[in-house]
Ligand binder design. Sequence first.
Ligand code: ZN
Length: 381
Amino acid sequence: MNDKELRIVQGHFRTFYQRQMPSVPALNQRELGFGWLKKIDFRHKAFSSQRDFERFVLQDVPLFMSASTAYYRFPDKQPMPQKEFSGADLVFDLDAPRSKDHSGLSRSDGVSVAHDDFFCEGCLLDVHQQALRIMEFLKDDFGLQGSLVFSGQKGFHVHVRSEAVWDLSKEARRQMAEYVGAEGLDAESFFQKATGYSDSSERNVGVLQGPSEQSGGWAGKIHAVMHAAIEKNDVAALKTFGVSKKHRDDIAARPLELLEQLRLGHWSAFCSKPNVEALMDAVKVVQTDKAVTFDLHRLIRIPGSLHGSTGFEAKVLAKPDIFQLQDVLAFDSNQKMTVIPKDALKFEFLGQSYDLPRARFAEVPLPLGIFLLCQEKAFGP
Ligand SMILES: [Zn+2]
């Protein structure tokens, strides 16, 4: 960003921080990092009070603010061992979706989304779904409560601040990140040829035993996914999971009976050859940056701060299940801003289409104007 655009963006960021300042839990034990040109231009900064932190933010107006997931006795000392590490939050970082096909996704208002290279809400919705899976793993498998935070640009972070995780070793964190991604997991082993059994009509219905209502961990999740597909009679999902036409007809005709078979783990009653990989895909988390989880000295975007590449707020989602772009806009969409696009720009933003010619004054909503300056796609007026 040139000096002029930097000053414009900083002016708006300062106005935002005057109204709403992020607060970092246990601030005096955290190492902080700040960036103007890069995401982190300098680190090893510490503040003994929220007031000092606020004074710094309002005066220097960084475009990027990060804090350590770790707690230190002396957070500003160097080299690292001098800081005296005393524990760390558990954080998962999710970035960049698996595919540009967003056909199964829609916004909270029900409108479907198509991929757009310039700015893609669909990609955000895709990653949000993955982040929700992490939240479920934490709750169901580890008994932990995470908070879900929009990263401010392309992804999401899940933070666990419970004391229960502070002492987790690097290796334990790595294993957790691998577990949610089903790495090294032999899911085929959840399915076994068992001795025959009979259904209510005393027919011998087969010998494939799989995850049941009693199963925990990954097997329990596979049970849940199949349960949901049968319960909703979700034909597309059943097909993907390897349920034959004949069995799908059975499910449509007598769902309760087959749900009961599933509860007992009698898979051959409704599926003779499950597509285990597809079942796993419906549960696993594929795009975590594992290094963020196991690196105990990582700095991560401060929740409630602004992201200098977008001007969006790295916001804690009060209702994790719902992500709406308008909720993370830091500036009023009713206000206008004039920008001069560096090139012709054609894109969609907040449901509105834009076709802006190169090097002409364009009046756009303030959040979009700041986004274009942050993305270095436009000059300021
Ligand atoms: Zn996309």
